[in-house]
Design a protein around this ligand. Structure first.
Ligand code: C6P
Length: 421
């Protein structure tokens, strides 16, 4: 890359934010795919891992591997300390009031299912209503449909407009005395729309309606303060915040967690078991049945340290710069339509190209070394709204550069070239 291109890559980023130094922390980025330098633009699906996270996981298996909470030997104490240390870090990362409010699970999907089955199901009666938005990921639709089927409750959907923004007045009009829960995304994975979660939580609480926020896409981009948001529950996945797969977090207000039913039984989650009766442990252990993903939690703690070290404001500013730059360049291309043009967006650029199926876009781009996602993005209702079978989506992470956006644009030109031959 020329030094001019290098400096262009970071023109609008804050001074202290050095994307090239950051890139060196991610070993996977330094490779060629199909003979071209890798441009990894699929961070909405999963983020890459810095060396410190990879090392922390390997180090745990090399030096401290043991089961947690049960052993009296040194390794078990070490593992327990590291696992609980990760819980402390998570508490700080999202500014929870108490570490008992942090439950480690497999990811966002499991966290939402736990709230659906453990919190909503025992409370819902036939005719009660749950509100979601039209831009939800399937993980924030299907668990609610399942609980509606089980209880006779009804799903109500807050509509979106052509820019992919929530129709706020119509959202407010959905509330009525039967409304029992609001389940909303913080940042749409298909449209990149940032919705006004804080305002929506306030509106729901004014009607005594608890709120769960799906933070899968927001947590690595916006910075989350659960006390400032005042959400009842917040769900996210470790692998989208530069941590390992198979580990995620449900934050819940302690009072809710104390009342809530566990939805899996087994070891670790009990206080006393007899054949007549079982007494459950206190939160968070009540919800962590079985041996947890200890290495995953440790890796997630390390990822949070890494992200905090770089600074979420800096990461957010850098990704906004990339999104703005990419948007400016994409709108210049004839035959390309952006899907998701909300005023408040973050990190995600979805589009369709005239006469080309998104899967072909993805495949041709891969030949150019550019990794994007193509498909329904687990958001079929969004596809239905925009009348498309699928989307192509570039999604940015802290290590992406303007040069990679340029590679994306060249790859898009290549797509037209190949398909119009
Ligand atoms: N979205 C994407 O490419 P899990 O699979 O549990 O880690 O996360 C599920 C999930 C929930 N909510 C939102 C807003 C999401 O974006 C995701 C995961 C990936 O967009 C995979 S479909």
């Amino acid at each position: 890359m020329s030094s001019r291109a290098e400096s262009l890559s970071t023109t609008n980023a804050p001074l202290a934010f050095d994307v090239h130094r950051i890139r060196k922390d991610f070993p996977i980025l330094d490779q060629r795919i199909n003979g071209k330098p890798l441009s990894y633009l699929d961070n909405g699906a999963t983020t890459q891992k810095p060396r410190s996270v990879i090392d922390a996981v390997a180090d745990y298996y090399r030096h401290s591997n043991a089961n947690v909470q049960r052993g009296v030997h040194t390794l078990s104490e070490r593992a327990t300390q590291a696992y609980e240390g990760a819980r402390d870090k998570t508490k700080t990362f999202i500014n929870a009031a108490d570490k008992r409010e942090i439950i480690f699970l497999r990811g966002t999907t499991e966290a939402i299912n736990l709230v659906a089955q453990g919190f909503a199901r025992p409370r819902l009666k036939a005719g009660d209503e749950i509100i979601v938005t039209e831009m939800e990921h399937h993980s924030n639709i299907v668990p609610w449909q399942m609980v509606c089927q089980q209880t006779g409750a009804v799903l109500r959907v807050a509509p979106i407009n052509d820019a992919g923004e929530l129709k706020y007045e119509e959202f407010l009009n959905l509330f009525n005395p039967r409304t029992c829960l609001l389940a909303i995304t913080h940042l749409s994975n298909a449209l990149g729309t940032l919705i006004p979660v804080k305002e929506m939580i306030k509106a729901a609480h004014a009607q005594n309606v608890p709120v769960i926020v799906d933070g899968a896409q927001a947590v690595a981009r916006e910075g989350v303060d659960v006390r400032d948001l005042d959400c009842d529950f917040y769900a996210f996945s470790g692998h989208k915040v530069y941590g390992p797969t198979g580990i995620g977090v449900l934050y819940g207000k302690l009072a809710h967690l104390q009342e809530m039913e566990p939805y899996q039984g087994g070891g670790e989650m009990i206080r006393r078991v007899t054949f007549e009766q079982t007494l459950y442990a206190e939160p968070p252990y009540k919800f962590e049945a079985g041996t947890p993903n200890i290495a995953g939690a440790i890796g997630l703690g390390e990822a949070m340290d890494y992200v905090t070290g770089i600074g979420l404001d800096e990461i957010g500013a850098h990704e906004h710069d990339l999104l703005n730059y990419a948007t400016e360049r994409v709108v210049e291309l004839p035959g390309v339509r952006l899907i998701g043009t909300a005023r408040h967006k973050s990190g995600i650029l979805s589009f369709v190209m005239e006469g080309v199926h998104p899967h072909d876009i993805g495949t041709i781009m891969d030949h150019e070394g550019v990794a994007i996602r193509a498909g329904h993005l687990c958001a079929m209702p969004v596809m239905q709204y925009f009348g498309v079978p699928a989307l192509a989506r570039a999604s940015f992470g802290m290590y992406n550069t303007r040069r990679e956006v340029d590679a994306l644009i060249s790859a898009m030109q290549k797509v037209f070239e190949v398909m119009r031959r």
